[in-house]
Ligand binder design. Sequence first.
Ligand SMILES: *Cc1c(COP(=O)(O)O)cnc(C)c1O
Length: 506
Amino acid sequence: MTDRPQPETASRRRALDHEEPLIFELGAPGRMGVDLPEPENFSDRLGDLSRSREIGLPGLSEPQVVRHFVRLSRNNYSIDAGLYPLGSCTMKHNPRLNEKLARLPGFAELHPLQPAATTQGALALIDAVGHWLKVITGLPGIAMSPAAGAHGELCGLMTIRRALEARGDARSRVLVPDSAHGTNPATAAMCGYAIDAVPGNARGRIDLEALKAKLDDDVAAVMLTNPNTCGLFEDQVLEVAEAIHGAGGFFYCDGANLNAIMGRTRPGDLGVDAMHINLHKTFSTPHGGGGPGAGPVVLSEALVPFAPLPWVVEQGEGFALVEHAVGEAAQSLGRMRAFHGQMGMFVRAYAYMLSLGAEGLRQVSEDAVLAANYLLAELDGDLTPSFPGPCMHEVLFDERFLKDTGVTTLDYAKALIDEGFHPMTIYFPLVVHGALLTEPTESESKESLDQLIAAMRRLVQRARSGDTEFFQMAPRHAPRRRIDETRAARNPVLRWRPPGKDQPAE
Ligand SMILES: *Cc1c(COP(=O)(O)O)cnc(C)c1O
């Protein structure tokens, strides 16, 4: 540290903030571009589908377009700009090597309908990523195509439903802990199951006895997150697996938090039947407004025959695709989506695996857990941890440290924006009041963790000093001030109207 005066906040770039209008407000239709003459002998075969009026696309010059998007990008907080401790989301650094490899023309310019003879390298890569995910998780099967975590959950539960129906045992309920990510009950409901919530215990884990009391021959699956959304390892996971298997159901594990256990414990050894892996979390591919996700699902032996298509299989010297539910794939549930999955994400994940190697992947989980425990140890006493440590890769605080200050969890998180940090996840999980779920990730240096800790402490002191107005006015230095989130959710304005025209009445 130099003895340079420390700014009060980290965001000092207000002179560069621009109030950027919509692109439709910037350009006038018809200003730019080329008008081609009407072709001779033109007959319109679209009939009623042909356009009857101008659609009002803005006309803009190249410099106008460039400035518009560069200015918008500067209003955005990103992992490349600073620490992003959004719990459960694993906002870690995306190595530039991954980006470089994903842009190799041999991968980036492939067409998914090319004949397999011309895409052998890509198929080999898909197969290799799948292979290493199976090795890391200790499970024998994999479905590569799901497009994100939630889609992977859907894939897992559809596979389970298919397996149950194949044995003539369609069941109707899925057990979900009350600390689960919202996608878990949503997925079960999408699959047509009734959701039965299992409470947690005082140690922040699933209540095993409550789970057992709910088990019967109508339960299709239990969905458990491990480590769970309180940042804790489910230490009775073996008993959970035994109980659900004893009742003839399947064990779905939400694997979004694999970065905490990778290289240390294998879900397959814990009795898991199906688990999605968020490549965009654990395997460092960009996410959150920045790109697509990828949610491959590993499967136990019992579920392998029902996995969705396509399958990449070794054939002779090379690879082939099984694309139809016939022969060995006769029991497959069919396709979850067009084509093979998110190829660019597979390349990035493969680059990440190969550049770290087995030792490096093991180090990832060690560093992720160490960083979260450093926050827990340093902030215990300033903030109130919901459960005693050690934690896994994220640490859960709750609002008790704000008691009698007049400051809420939301106010505190908004004030952190003025300090130059993206806030942690707030009000999730629902099992504690005013949750602040903080995931530093393994790619932060000790120096940046120390900056976050100092900022979080400063805000605690300020809250205790009675300066509630400071918090209620936050964020002061962001492109937007406090947004009315309820109104935004209830009355979203999703359609642009030309200036002067009335906004849609909602
Ligand atoms: C991120 C996450 C999901 C959903 O993954 P998406 O890729 O966002 O669909 C599910 N469960 C948990 C615990 C998560 O953190």
